[in-house]
Design a binder for this molecule. Structure first.
Ligand SMILES: CC(C)(COP(=O)(O)OP(=O)(O)OC[C@H]1O[C@@H](n2cnc3c(N)ncnc32)[C@H](O)[C@@H]1OP(=O)(O)O)[C@@H](O)C(=O)NCCC(=O)NCCS
Length: 162
């Protein structure tokens, strides 16, 4: 299995994988909207024997500055719980850190994202319409978020997602 940057040839397959993972097209539409708007910063695929079996996207937040939002992450239904989602998340986080992003936010299950270092505590001071128990952050520079507050604002394309 390899993790690599998505290429233009991958987009149709990525759409299929994302829609299959979520059981609806809303997140696949989100991926396309984020690409089109230029807010997608990193879009990675997991490939196995030439097949794309997973995808992850990181987008630039409107606020706080120099931070990314992780969403969506999707693994083909027949390939879930084999570590592919974890590999995509770990590789994406390593690249984000390398590229000097200060922190990554995610809205999701604390039990899952906690294993990668995300915590609700790191995100707690930021105002958001998302339910707080599911809003997590991971700062690469320890304390990078400690003295910051204000709104947590995802890219505009997220407004179309319920
Ligand atoms: C969530 C998802 C990306 C995880 O990828 P994966 O390759 O299946 O997961 P991994 O193999 O890396 O990790 C498996 C572990 O995560 C847990 N897990 C998977 N999805 C989970 C979820 N939605 N909530 C909580 N735990 C979850 C599994 O129970 C398993 O736990 P264990 O290691 O303690 O046994 C994948 O299951 C998926 O595509 N789901 C549908 C789309 C989705 O919900 N995306 C996330 C929201 S953006």
């Amino acid at each position: 299995m390899i993790i690599r940057d998505e290429t233009p040839e991958d987009t149709a397959t990525v759409r299929q994988v994302v829609a299959a993972a979520f059981g609806r097209v809303a997140e696949a539409d989100l991926v396309e909207a984020l690409r089109d708007s230029g807010d997608a910063v990193m879009s990675l695929v997991a490939g196995d024997e030439g097949q794309i079996v997973g995808h992850i996207l990181f987008s630039r937040l409107q606020a706080p500055e120099r931070c990314l939002g992780l969403a969506p992450v999707a693994v083909a239904p027949s390939r879930q719980t084999q570590g592919i989602g974890s590999d995509l998340i770990r590789e994406g986080l390593a690249r984000a850190k390398r590229d000097d992003w200060q922190a990554v936010f995610v809205v999701g299950e604390p039990g899952y994202y906690g294993r990668f270092g995300f915590s609700t505590a790191a995100a707690d001071k930021f105002e958001t319409a998302y339910p707080k128990p599911y809003v997590l952050a991971l700062d690469f520079v320890p304390g990078a978020l400690r003295d910051r507050t204000g709104a947590l604002l995802y890219a505009p394309a997220f407004l179309a997602l319920e």
